[in-house]
Design a protein around this ligand. Sequence first.
Ligand code: XIL
Length: 460
Amino acid sequence: MTRTKWKAASRAALALAGAGALAAGMALFATAPAAAGTTLGASAAEKGRYFGTAVAGFKLSDSAYTTILNREFNMVTAENEMKMNATEPQQGQFSYGAADQIVNHARSRGMSVRGHTLAWHSQQPGWMESMSGSALRSAMLNHVTQVATHFRGQVVAWDVVNEAFADGSSGGRRDSNLQRTGNDWIEAAFRAARAADPGAKLCYNDYNTDNWTHAKTQGVYNMVRDFKSRGVPIDCVGFQSHFNNDSPYVSNYRTTLSSFAALGVDVQITELDIQGASAATYRSVVEDCLAVPRCNGITVWGIRDSDSWRASQTPLLFNSNGSKKPAYDAVLAALNNGTTPTDPPTDPPTDPPTDPPTTPPPGQGGCTATVSVNQWTGGFVATVKVTAGSSAINGWTVGIALPSGATVTNAWNANRSGSTGSTNWTNVAYNGQVGAGQFTEWGFQANGTAGTLTPTCSAS
Ligand code: XIL
């Protein structure tokens, strides 16, 4: 996601924001120096960032709640409704009603959506909690694929994996049923997410990773560095930033954000709350984000103190009666004082080849297909890249011979014939047209062992 897109989302929000729109819109187009924004979202947008909040679906009928939501924020995270137990309560039966309601509320008002979360040791459905081994790995990847496919094009960034590192001094992975499927479970999840929604930014998200000197922070940092060096598709790191007396804000937070950003990922503050809501601490967090060009947004974990998962800590920007707290004023002032990052702060992920400019003639230049395989004991995910040759193509057919014992269980972004032996794959409606030299990606999951796959490609 580029800065421009965060800004565009915010402008759309402003256009629909009713009475406040005129004043805020004037701020956007005023001559330099830009007038101060009057809401968190508008002020963040002026700095090329977003300002978001967690939303609980059942509160959307509370007009005091939605009044603040619609006025102040231009990014939304579902507080619980996209978690594994919510979206796949029974294995293979997906339930999107509550999440869709939040997504529709947000997007119809020009707000963007962060997806939270595809794979996590916590808030798993009961059937998954009792699974292990290759069956669990397979179920997890299917979950990632199905959910990311459902929200394809509607979610700007996904917390693909949440909280996979251990607290304390080890700097290693947290023990969990997912971790016990093999250390490569995280990268497998990222690859499946990329295949299912190539346009979304893919984030790793965790808590207690704010202090640069902590082993957990270093553990996550080393994983991200490793992923970047090996081409695992990761675009961003989320810092939950639940600050309290046990894990307080520290002044090296900015170092943490900038060090991760230097690895070539965006950084986002994803679940901010601060015990006691010190205005000075909130101001510091905002200033730290604004000081790092690739820190592209801040999300607070709820609107009013009464909405907080830690309500007794009164950690948010609005009182339980909906009035602005001193921390709100500090955040708004810090946003309005902040700097705008210089371009280009990001190297965006490969955008899906959505709309080629014209309908090309049948591709005389043909196409090529390559496969990358993520194998684990008993199964694999194949990501297939179809690249058009010297001319644009209108459609493609890929043939893949699977070794005996390999059986396709599901696929995305392609039509399939055959699930064993010789399989044939053709484009779906939205990815047949590929410009000269451009590519599109699709994939499938299978039981068994992939071995070396050598696909053929023919263009139409
Ligand atoms: C919390 C929600 O706020 C609660 O409503 C729910 O009961 C438990 O989960 N880290 C995360 C979030 O990534 O999903 C958690 O949200 C808070 C900690």
